[in-house]
Design a protein around this ligand. Structure first.
Ligand SMILES: Nc1ncnc2c1ncn2[C@@H]1O[C@H](COP(=O)(O)OP(=O)(O)OP(=O)(O)O)[C@@H](O)[C@H]1O
Ligand SMILES: [Mg+2]
Length: 250
């Protein structure tokens, strides 16, 4: 057996059950050690809620998984559908099916709604047709010729999610999709996330609105000070007042 095969074999034993696995991730912003040995597993089609107080390391964990330069990942393995994301740059991870929808949504100025989606579809493996994205988000269809950055916060969030779906993705990472949005818009985005879930798209959702995230999610991981302090079903967190009080302040 070659060294390479031996390595693959060892890995297969550790991670075979999961579609997505992160093992022992350690990441730093300069000297600042923010992701301290985080491990997560997600089965295909599951939604995982990644929760924790402000500063717990949720965004940093998503960024480390997406392989952006900062925080810098120093140790750990990240596997998505048998592909080693830990060996990749952000653009390669994106090409391997990873889509990060960041908190600030990054709508491209100067482009209409439709152009923002068309640009995403230029990816090597395109995903949904634009018409299908407009079926999921009728508000976007109505505003197809409006400049993307002039959309309301909720509509921009829809566009950011739509843009992820315009590529052929395997894992959707959502960082605070409900942030700053009115409850009625939160409900609308929740409905679309349920629809996305029914289509079997594997998702990690980070949310300060933990209850809303837990109602959507199958499982939950809670971070505190850069480490995993709880892993279990979403129902377990909803039922455990002490746990919610200690780590989520709800
Ligand atoms: N660019 C950065 N440079 C240095 N430290 C950072 C940077 N971004 C975040 N941090 C620090 O890393 C830690 C984790 O931050 P992170 O943004 O991952 O937390 P979070 O769980 O997403 O919090 P929130 O709920 O407030 O979004 C915090 O202590 C934060 O101050
Ligand atoms: Mg954050």
């Amino acid at each position: 057996m070659s060294e390479n095969t031996a390595h693959k074999h060892e890995h297969a034993e550790r991670s075979e059950p999961a579609y997505f696995s992160a093992w022992g991730l350690h990441a730093y912003y300069g000297e600042s050690y923010v992701v301290q040995g985080v491990s997560l597993n997600i089965h295909e089609g599951e939604i995982l809620a990644l929760l924790g107080r402000n500063g717990a390391g949720k965004t940093s964990t998503l960024r480390a998984i997406a392989r952006v330069d900062s925080p810098h990942l120093t140790h750990g393995e990240i596997w998505l559908d048998h592909q080693p994301l830990h060996t990749m740059k952000a653009w390669q991870a994106a090409r391997s099916g990873l889509a990060l929808v960041p908190e600030d949504r990054r709508i491209i100025p100067g482009l209409t709604v439709e152009e923002n989606l068309k640009l995403a579809q230029l990816a090597p493996s395109p995903g949904w047709e634009i018409s299908r994205i407009f079926e999921l988000f009728p508000r976007l269809g109505e505003r197809r010729n409006q400049e993307g950055i002039t959309l309301s916060g909720g509509e921009q969030q829809m566009l950011a999610i739509g843009r992820a779906l315009a590529r052929d993705i395997k894992l959707l990472l959502l960082d605070e999709p409900y942030e700053g949005l009115a409850p009625i818009i939160v409900r609308e985005i929740e409905r679309t996330l349920r629809e996305i879930k029914s289509l079997g798209i594997t998702t990690i959702i980070v949310e300060q609105n933990a209850i809303a995230a837990l109602e959507l999610a199958d499982r939950a991981v809670i971070l505190d000070m850069g480490q995993v302090v709880f892993e279990g079903s979403a129902a377990q967190v909803l039922d455990d007042e002490d746990l919610r009080h200690t780590y989520l302040a709800i």
